[in-house]
Design a binder for this molecule. Structure first.
Ligand code: ATP
Ligand code: MG
Ligand code: MG
Ligand code: MG
Length: 480
């Protein structure tokens, strides 16, 4: 089944259960000071759970564009290295605002997975909150009993507070959750290790697909729980993971959500993606390709939703994601020319029907990415050479913090990138010294701003230094 149809079936199913289908909120949040990006389906409905405002319907379903690269949910470091965490992904969700509760939510989730999508029951595990004495939250007997009617008891696992209890914050709505996990390993692998032991254990073929949260408590300022006057359901299912299961493949990147993008990267770079890497070199290429096809989605959707790459706030996060992709292409696919922007056409073609913004903004998105690529590639060429010099000059295995800072400050070579390259070369750097330089720079620019606000612009040592990098060329610059 094509991913387009999988998404459609989810929405049609919940529509048939009386849900209003709403569009995804933008990936970038503009009116929530606590959140930079939408990182779950419920974010756009948060106020309803807090009792502010009334939803258009007490039953809603949608697919939400999510980005998990900052704050409480930050999966960035895993992306590319594993095959089931993305920066941007779609979260399919259904909600009850004071309407149905555990019985319907669980029964419908089960009906959808096993009857509509026809996932065999014996590859599924479900988890139920075990309770917590010190937090004074009870075992979720109610959910357990409902599951018992649907699945054999040896496939119901008890989960702890970390995995199976959801809280909006230190105070406010909270409640137990019940998650559904799949085990898509081969029979031989299953005979060797029970799936039970692999649930919530970072196994690429034993993964969580759907989280069902039951908001039934309110945590008060003193930490105690009271029953909420109205109970709510908030669910989130990873769309790409669901596609992996339904398309009978072992990785999200082998689904049709990603294969057209991967094929395009192969055409543009000459690199080859191997679903099963045979050696380290192949695995490095795979990681680079996964990083690129993942990150281009995050960046393209953010730009289409109005967030351009920039030097501050959400824009900086987007710029860094794009730069991470560029750098993987540069280092591992040996691509020194812009090419990521050419993936936007593939994405627009693939996703444009359901998310028209990506089609409508296609040329803007392409141009912005191309410009970013061109300018960062230039910096990379220069920075790599300089870093090479620094490494050659260094005795021992630790680079001076001030040198890393100079690369960052003068040449826009990000600290994390330097750290990554150094790590690959078997070097470290003096992080504490780097941080001191960074703080000094911040103080300088603050002072410079203060000065600039007055009637006179006084050129201090600080604000002349910030111009140093502009007209230097590769040959003239030496890091001292
Ligand atoms: P995991 O334990 O795999 O990191 P999670 O418990 O953090 O997932 P939830 O916050 O429960 O995830 O989100 C609901 C669903 O969204 C998950 O069950 C999963 O299918 C999907 N999901 C979560 N994070 C990602 C991600 N980074 N990329 C793709 N899908 C994700
Ligand atoms: Mg997670
Ligand atoms: Mg989890
Ligand atoms: Mg979860």
């Amino acid at each position: 089944m094509k991913s387009q149809d999988i998404r459609k079936q989810f929405l049609q199913f919940f529509e048939s259960k009386g849900h209003l289908i709403v569009p995804s909120a933008p990936i970038v949040t503009k009116d929530d000071p606590t959140l930079m990006f939408n990182n779950s389906g419920m974010a756009q409905f948060k106020e309803y759970f807090l009792g502010n405002g009334t939803p258009k319907s007490r039953r809603i379903a949608d697919t939400q564009k999510c980005l998990r690269v900052s704050g409480k949910h930050n999966d960035l470091e895993d992306v590319g290295f594993d095959t089931y965490h993305h920066t941007m992904f779609e979260m399919l969700g259904n909600w009850s605002f004071g309407d149905y509760f555990k019985k319907d939510a669980i029964n419908w989730a089960w009906e959808l997975l096993t009857e509509v999508y026809k996932i065999p029951k014996d590859i599924l595990y479900v988890t139920v909150f075990e309770g917590s004495k010190e937090e004074n939250v009870p075992f979720d007997q109610e959910a357990y009993d409902i599951w018992k009617g649907l699945i054999s008891e040896d496939r119901i696992l008890l989960g702890n507070k970390k995995d199976n209890f959801w809280e909006m914050g230190d105070q406010g709505p909270c409640g137990p959750c019940s998650e559904i996990h799949v085990d898509i390993r081969s029979a031989a692998e299953k005979a060797e290790v029970s799936g039970k032991d692999l649930v919530n254990n970072d196994h690429p073929q034993v993964v969580e697909i759907w989280n069902n949260v039951f908001m039934e408590f309110n945590r008060k300022a003193d930490g105690s729980l009271e029953k909420l006057p109205a109970q709510h359901v908030d669910t989130g299912m990873g769309f790409e993971r669901l596609c992996m299961v339904l398309q009978n493949v072992q990785s999200n990147y082998d689904t049709d959500v990603f294969t057209p993008l991967i094929e395009k990267v192969e055409t543009l770079t000459g690199a080859k993606y191997n679903s099963k890497a045979a050696n380290d070199a192949e695995e490095k290429t795979n990681i680079a390709i996964r990083v690129i096809v993942d990150h281009v989605r995050a960046v393209a959707f953010a730009i289409a939703d109005g967030q351009l790459p920039s030097n501050g706030g959400a824009g900086y996060v987007i710029r860094r994601i794009l730069r991470r992709a560029i750098r993987y292409g540069f280092t591992f696919l040996d691509k020194k020319e812009p090419f990521i922007n050419e993936l936007v056409a593939v994405l627009a073609n693939q996703m444009g029907e359901f998310f028209p913004e990506i089609k409508n903004q296609q040329s803007l998105v392409t141009n912005v990415i191309r410009e970013e690529e061109a300018s960062f590639l230039q910096k990379l060429v220069l920075g790599m050479d300089l870093l090479e010099d620094v490494v050659t000059e260094t005795q021992g295995k630790e680079i001076e913090g001030a040198k890393v800072f100079k690369l960052y400050d003068t040449f826009g070579f990000p600290e994390d990138l330097t750290a990554l390259i150094l790590k690959e070369k078997g070097y470290t750097y003096d992080k504490a010294a780097f941080d001191i330089e960074l703080k000094k720079q911040k103080d300088r620019s603050r002072e410079a701003n203060e000065v600039a606000k007055g009637d006179w612009i006084i050129l201090t040592e600080g604000n002349t230094e910030s111009f140093v990098g502009y007209d230097q060329t590769e040959n003239e610059v030496k890091i001292t």
